[in-house]
Design a protein around this ligand. Structure first.
Ligand SMILES: [Zn+2]
Length: 377
């Protein structure tokens, strides 16, 4: 995401924080400075930083369990309204989604229990009102605030509102008997009802951040629904069926200027590069545009092309291709049929195909007609 910077790297996952986090720090500092002066401000900064550290542990909980279950995690992003662990692909089994969703809140439950032991040791009362009263900027006051912070993090994330953790748990449980598509439909609808309730509460009580969370949940639920619908549509098509037999290809010695002319004229986002009959690399529009000013128009495209490419079989379902593309982060896949090269597919192609397939499905039309390619059978 733009305007975010890396603060750590754990188990191969970048932990990034968005610049708006600085706003949260300033807000907490001001909030506590009003009644307590400099000491209060320091308390506020410590509190918000510690809460974000626990939020990071929450996201790491999701991420490490996901990795163990074979789901790769691209990054963890921390925003003032919460964290997101971005998974490169969806867990396939409902049981896996359940475990991944529960592992985040589980981390906060454990931390809350540990902090409870500390509070119990010093016989500090657990008065929930103290968490927001700003009255006690002492170390034990901080422990108590962090205890409640973790309780809130766990409880709030377990609301059964997709795309929050509780919503994922809810969907996973429904998926066991209803299938993923219907389960997502129901969980997304419930999520949106809860989102509207959160926004209503936020307006009534004048809590700005809660309204933001409500909107985030509302939009997120719609996105989840669209993503499942897209992967359903894509699963019905095979890679070999959607490759364009007339796609433009290049040769390694062609000059960049010529490639730029083609970029203006062709809607293709990715191109295959052939040396004679041999596929030797791929070239992406974005890659060419980014490098053109640096290498000049006379440079041969062999200096830019990617020589390592990932190939899939023509019979691979497109939802599987989509998963691969997410892992490849911007690079295309090469589709191979039994007779050899069939085409190159990138993310842009899948977006276009999803839109077309959706319209065709609405009209009850199945296209393209099965290609008589032995690799598909
Ligand atoms: Zn979570």
């Amino acid at each position: 995401m733009r305007w975010s910077f890396r603060i750590a790297r754990v188990s191969g996952i970048d932990v990034r924080v968005h610049v708006t986090f600085a706003l949260a720090v300033i807000l907490f500092a001001l909030n506590f400075a009003a009644p307590q002066g400099a000491r209060g401000a320091a308390f506020g900064v410590l509190l918000v930083c510690a809460l974000f550290a626990f939020l990071t542990l929450h996201e790491l909980g999701h991420s490490l369990v996901a990795q163990r279950l074979g789901v790769s995690v691209t990054e963890i992003l921390l925003l003032p309204i919460g964290g997101v662990a971005r998974l490169a692909n969806e867990p396939r089994k409902p049981q896996h989604e359940l475990l991944i969703a529960l592992s985040g809140p589980f981390v906060n439950v454990i931390i809350a229990l540990l902090l409870l032991l500390v509070l119990d040791h010093y016989r500090i009362p657990l008065d929930a009102n103290e968490f927001v009263s700003l009255a006690d900027p002492s170390p034990l006051g901080l422990v108590r605030a962090l205890f409640w912070g973790n309780v809130v993090l766990a409880a709030f994330n377990l609301l059964p509102a997709l795309p929050m953790d509780g919503g994922r748990v809810f969907r996973a449980l429904l998926s066991l008997s209803l299938g993923r598509s219907r389960a997502t439909g129901i969980a997304a609808a419930v999520g949106q009802v809860i989102a509207i309730a959160l926004i209503a509460i936020a307006f009534k009580k004048d809590w700005g951040p809660l309204a933001l969370v409500g909107m985030f949940v509302f939009v997120g639920a719609a996105q989840e629904r669209a993503a499942v619908r897209a992967s359903e549509l894509l699963s019905e098509l095979r890679a070999g069926e959607v490759c364009d037999a007339n796609a433009v290809v290049f040769a390694p010695q062609e000059q960049l200027g010529h490639v730029l002319d083609t970029l203006i004229r062709s809607p293709q986002a990715h191109f295959a590069v052939f040396y004679g009959k041999d596929l030797v690399g791929t070239l992406g529009r974005e890659q060419v545009l980014a490098s053109a000013p640096r290498v000049g128009l006379d440079a041969p495209l062999s200096s830019l092309m990617r020589r390592d490419f990932f190939a899939v079989d023509a019979g691979t379902p497109l939802d599987e291709v989509r998963r691969r593309l997410l892992e490849l982060a911007g690079r295309p896949v090469v589709v191979r049929s039994l007779t050899g090269y069939a085409g190159v597919l990138g993310f842009e192609d899948l977006q276009r195909i999803t839109i077309v397939a959706e319209r065709l499905a609405q009209a009850g039309i199945r296209r393209p007609q099965a290609v008589p390619d032995p690799a598909l059978h």
